[in-house]
Ligand binder design. Structure first.
Ligand SMILES: [Zn+2]
Length: 565
């Protein structure tokens, strides 16, 4: 069957100037790209391109036609099975996601390995796999709408073999992790990711990570890292990545590059310089970033280090133990954290639901709804807090509850699965990062939908709006349309060796986004995150129209992509 995309402004992803023309697609490939300008007209011709009676035409007049966007850093492994339409992603023009990031992948899953709380809760009885090959079979049966590239998480390997103990791996355990990684790479994994601030990866030595990265390097795979520090020890953390790349020769990505915490903002120039020197030295290093200034992760990272050991079940046991809890509360309260910069995100208990979208400071003092940091959206009306929490702050008719006690109470009610947004980044630094040609967009989000099981969550707006917001911010820095689009398409495709994607040319896979530049915008906010981006008219995945005019096609044509190099 033939599909024609007609009369669009074709920006082919290469960085070359756009031109008006038509794209002819047969099966899953682009078979012709015809510039109408070269025929002596600027635009808007209408003529048949094939003799196929089943030919379908999309009129792209007034639209940019670009390669489908590549989300270089995603967490949709589990949700592609639950919501294979991938609504929040495809509606912003994404056709390929790179999943399994930050050390957490959906497979392999042995021993004590647990998926993150939301994944295992929502998957329930559908969580049937252990190996990557078994996951792939389940994924392919679900027929996702977009392509997925699967990385293997270090934390997943480590919890499969070592469990959650806070100690170094023995040499036998390291060998077993290497074996599991090799098996997973041979079954279609693209490389290794780390999340070195998380359980249990934070207990690994740099040597352990290098030993695993070597296994990936030997197989032509990649390394992506959520570094050991993005704040106080960020420079040392970047040195660890560069040392690893030197030792292994692997192609590597620093995930979601940022300088966390105001006291570290000044390090940005040194951070960029270290990476650019390494690139200049010929090391294969790149980075990605989401175009927002709040980080989104789990609320339990505010617990003292010792209280996080063993992850959720052990944290819950400590919260239930009065002596341990008192120590936790005291240590949290003794920290100099600004609680107006910590917002509650996804919540799980009926009593904590009303807190989603409020800062901890607002929860403590509901009458004070506007904090100085809140220039990123309108403040929510204070809602009456649910009973278990109200009784805490209303004691003595004052904010009788401390931040530490509030956080512990929320975590306890949610089984330590609460999500949170941390407004600890600088806008100026974000622009400095986005100005670099080696920065590509990575949402750092799993796909979401405003309905169904995923609709009950309270995600970071990056889940819905990363691509338009990246485009807007990058263009506002004076970067050309063609370079901005290249960074959303061919740059990540080349970096990760995604063959015949990220470009519009004869013989490439037909992954395309058709969108109106002046309407392309992120609509999601921290307070109301379940809003689709605007401006995307249609998305083609492997030659089939998967999304058009706000509708998701039942014909889902995404693939589990194989590494070709
Ligand atoms: Zn991360």
């Amino acid at each position: 069957m033939t599909l024609i995309i007609q009369n669009g402004l074709i920006v082919d992803g290469s960085g070359k100037p756009g031109f008006y023309g038509d794209i002819v697609i047969d099966g899953d490939k682009i078979v012709d790209v015809i510039s109408t300008a070269s025929h002596g007209r600027d635009a808007f011709p209408t003529r048949p391109r094939t003799t196929d009676p089943q030919q379908t035409t999309i009129d792209a007049t007034g639209c940019i036609v670009s390669p489908g966007f590549i989300d270089a850093h995603a967490h949709s492994d589990a949700y592609l099975i639950l919501e294979p339409d991938a609504p929040s992603k495809i509606s912003q023009g994404i056709t390929t996601e790179i999943n399994g990031q930050c050390g957490g992948s959906v497979a392999p899953r042995y021993g004590e390995a647990r998926l993150s709380g939301d994944w295992s809760t929502l998957l329930g009885s559908r969580l049937t796999w252990r190996s990557l090959a078994e996951y792939r079979a389940v994924l392919e049966a679900a027929k996702p709408a977009i392509n997925t590239i699967q990385f293997i998480g270090h934390n997943t390997l480590r919890s499969s073999v070592v469990g959650y103990d806070g100690r170094a791996a023995t040499s036998d355990e390291l060998k077993e992790m290497q074996r599991l990684l090799a098996e997973s790479l041979d079954a279609g994994g693209w490389g290794l990711t780390t999340g070195l601030i998380y359980q249990p990866g934070k207990y690994s030595t740099p040597e352990e990570v290098v030993a695993l990265a070597k296994v990936a390097a030997e197989r032509g795979g990649f390394y992506a890292t959520h570094m050991r520090s993005e704040g106080d020890r960020i420079l040392e953390a970047i040195d660890e990545v560069i040392d690893l790349v030197r030792a292994t020769g692997i192609r590597a990505e620093v995930s979601h590059l940022k300088t966390s915490g105001k006291r570290n903002w000044h390090k940005i120039d040194a951070v960029l310089e270290k990476i650019e020197n390494a690139i200049g030295e010929g090391l294969l290093l790149g980075s990605d970033r989401y175009p927002f200034c709040a980080a989104g992760t789990d609320l339990d990272i505010v617990l003292p280090d010792w209280a996080q050991e063993g992850a959720a079940p052990a944290e819950m046991a400590r919260l239930a133990d009065p002596a341990a809890r008192a120590k936790i509360v005291a240590e949290i309260n003794a920290s100099d954290r600004d609680w107006s910069t910590v917002m509650i995100g996804g919540t799980w208990h009926e009593s904590t639901k009303p807190l989603s979208g409020k800062t901890v400071a607002e929860c403590l003092l509901p009458q004070r709804t506007q904090s100085p940091q809140r220039n990123w959206g309108s403040a929510p009306d204070p809602k009456t807090l649910c009973d278990p929490l109200r009784s805490l702050w209303q004691k003595n008719n004052t904010p009788a509850i401390s931040p530490g006690e509030l956080v512990c109470r929320i975590l306890e009610l949610d089984g330590c699965k609460t999500g949170a947004f941390f407004f600890g980044m600088s806008e100026e630094n974000l622009d400095k990062i986005l100005s670099r040609p080696w920065i590509v967009p990575g949402s750092d989000a799993s796909l979401r939908a405003p309905w169904g099981p995923l609709g009950a969550d309270h995600p970071h707006p990056r889940a819905y709006g990363t691509m338009p917001e990246f485009y807007r911010r990058v263009r506002a820095l004076g970067i050309s349309r063609e370079e901005a689009i290249a960074r959303m398409t061919s740059v990540p495709a080349r970096r990760f060796g995604i063959a015949h994607r990220g470009v519009i040319e004869k013989g490439a896979f037909a992954d395309l986004a058709i969108w109106k530049e002046d309407e392309f915008a992120s609509k999601a906010t921290y307070v109301e995150p379940h809003q689709f981006s605007s401006g995307v008219k249609a998305v083609v995945v492997n030659g089939a129209v998967s999304y058009a005019d706000g509708k998701f096609s039942a014909d889902r044509t995404g693939r589990f992509l194989e590494r070709s190099c």
